[in-house]
Design a protein around this ligand. Structure first.
Ligand code: FES
Length: 581
């Protein structure tokens, strides 16, 4: 009988043998690891199975992930039925309303946490449970850098509520009702009543905000099982998707189907088509740029704009349309949308099932009559939801969500009313002394990646109260910040380079004329180059700094919106580069 040396080199780096802790003796490292995990009651038979890690983002601070305990149960069932061993582990969880100063400030930290925990702990594949806006992009970024087989499980959307027999849901209706309250159209009692109805269950926002956008994008990228984007959080369909996801993760581990084979240039092109066709959140383009950057790929804004000219908005969901996510699910979900978009898609792109997007569409079968996803001949909006603007005010590009803008304001020239930063805006926006008319253009500076910092969703500048009470519902707004995907209006965002690093936006003054032309894709400051140079020389800008901690890392390494607001050192140098280790 041959005796295996306990110190034999690790020839099968899978399951619990992956990434052994360094004690200088692999045999001892494995022996010790098994001794500890057996303290939790595991048997050798269990420990010999493929290990499926589960990034568990359940948190009392994140009601959008409030169904994670049920998802975990279904997911583990799926993993064990398929012969795997589920091992869940905690990571950072970010909720939009519970993240100070803004969730975007923490997205990269969550992506680093996800990447490092995937690589530090033994697992053959990982399931990423995400839902609320920044969680899915953070997980896809981290998993892309980690490079092992990975699959996304979406938590799912919340149910809609009812306020005085009107159907409501977060968060487009949150903004609409708050606008009514500001305009003094509803009283304290009614705003308090509607507060109870806007979020009718756990789950993510029920309109086409960033969470729903990223769920649809994850499926378009091939990163979820088919149909994984749309089931609401509290439904049986969502639990079945979780069970299926667990089984698929085991298959991926066995096949060695790594994430770089799924997140290809073709997959990103499909995701951009879907972003445009769903009237998706403007945040989606930032997140796509960041995920692609982790694989050494670029998202070109000019390409996005070109695609937008022949990709109509087909999905009739708020804020561009009228329905909610649960209606999209009942209408067949992503399969219904992808069937319409089929001529524009890269059908050979691989998905987590090991089959291509085209094969999955064939398997999904024929569609059925419904009214939520429109046809290419009769779209919700004739072009894609997002248009890319250029001009001397934004040499690195800016965007506008044209599908939720006022058509009468999309060709507009007006006088700038300038706010220097978010605090200045809060101080003066409701002042009777504010010199503003409905024809002016509101400009907000210093809410870009470094300016705020973290590029908060403050680009949805509220209508000044004196105009709101006159019944003004929209006004052109420009900033270097972002806005929630649930917001609407004629709002120019992501002005690049941002004002905090000396972009032209920093030098706009009250009374300057600005021209917006969405048809010509133009955003221009009607001030001469000589005058702009004079202003720059008079007031050179010093970018913000911090003495220590995460803020220092953030301010020193964060990139601009066109690069996804990722940290520069996390981007892969070239396509195909493995994780930087
Ligand atoms: Fe979590 Fe809207 S707040 S998805």
């Amino acid at each position: 009988m041959t005796k295996k040396s306990p110190a034999a080199p690790d020839l099968d780096p899978s399951g619990l043998r992956k990434g052994l802790t360094s004690y200088g003796d692999n045999g001892f490292s494995l022996f010790l690891r098994k001794a500890f995990i057996k303290g939790a009651g595991y048997s050798d038979a269990a420990l010999d199975r493929p290990v499926i890690g589960i990034a568990n983002t359940g948190s009392a601070y994140n009601p959008c992930h409030g169904n994670v305990p049920q998802l975990l149960e279904a997911l583990k069932r799926g993993i064990m039925l398929a012969g795997g061993l589920p091992m869940d582990f905690p990571t950072i969880s970010i909720h939009e309303s519970f993240a100070y100063p803004t969730s975007m400030y923490l997205r990269n930290l969550m992506s680093m946490d996800t990447e490092e925990m995937i690589l530090a702990q033994p697992m053959d594949a990982v399931v990423l449970i995400g839902g609320c806006d920044k969680t899915v992009p953070a997980q896809l970024m981290g998993a892309a850098s980690a490079g092992i087989p990975a699959i996304q499980l979406i938590t799912g959307s919340m149910l809609t509520g009812s306020h005085r027999s009107e159907r409501v849901g977060a968060c487009t209706d949150c903004r609409r009702y708050w606008g009514k309250y500001r305009a003094e159209e509803i009283d304290d009692q009614e705003i308090s009543d509607v507060n109870n109805q806007l979020v009718a269950s756990v789950g993510t926002c029920s309109v086409m905000g960033t969470a729903s956008t990223m769920a649809c994008i994850a499926e378009a990228l091939g990163m979820t099982v088919p149909g994984g984007a749309t089931p609401p959080a509290v439904t049986a369909d969502r639990m079945r998707i979780a069970e299926l996801t667990g089984a698929q993760a085991v298959a991926m581990a066995r096949q060695g189907l790594t994430i770089d084979r799924i997140l290809t240039a073709d997959a990103f092109e499909n995701a951009m088509r879907v972003l445009l066709a769903i009237g998706g959140s403007t945040n989606g383009i930032i997140h796509l740029a960041a995920i692609a950057g982790r694989l050494g790929l670029d998202i070109d804004l000019k390409t996005l704009d070109r695609m937008g000219r022949d990709t109509p908005v087909l999905l009739d969901l708020k804020p561009s349309g009228q329905h909610y996510m649960e209606d999209f699910h009942k209408a067949g979900g992503m399969a219904t949308l992808l069937r319409q978009l089929k001529p524009l898609l890269k059908l050979d792109a691989l998905t987590v099932t090991g089959r291509t997007l085209g094969q999955e569409l064939e398997l999904a079968g024929p569609g059925f009559a419904q009214s939520v996803v429109k046809t290419m001949d009769d779209p919700v909006y004739p072009q894609g939801g997002i248009a890319v603007l250029e001009g001397n005010l934004s040499p690195g590009g800016a965007i506008i969500k044209q599908s939720s803008a006022d058509p009468l304001l999309m060709e507009h020239e007006g006088r700038a009313v300038v706010f220097e930063n978010a605090a200045d805006l809060a101080d003066r926006i409701d002042s009777d002394a504010l010199d503003v008319t409905a024809h002016d253009i509101l400009v907000l500076k210093n809410i870009g990646p470094k300016g705020a910092p973290g590029m908060p969703e403050a680009g949805y500048i509220p209508i000044p109260k004196k105009l709101a009470v006159q019944g003004v519902k929209d006004i052109v707004r420009i900033s270097d910040g972002r806005m929630s995907g649930t917001a609407f209006g004629t709002i120019v965002l992501h002005v690049t380079p941002e004002s905090a690093i000396g972009g032209p936006l920093a030098y706009v003054q009250n009374g300057d004329r600005i021209r917006l032309s969405v048809s010509r894709r133009e955003i221009s400051l009607l001030v001469s180059d000589a005058e702009l140079r004079r202003r720059q020389e008079l007031k050179p800008i010093s970018p913000p700094t911090a003495a220590r901690g995460y803020k220092k890392l953030f301010l020193e390494t964060v990139t601009q919106a066109d690069q996804g607001v990722d940290f520069d050192f996390l981007r892969a140098a070239r396509p195909g580069d493995p994780a930087a280790r």
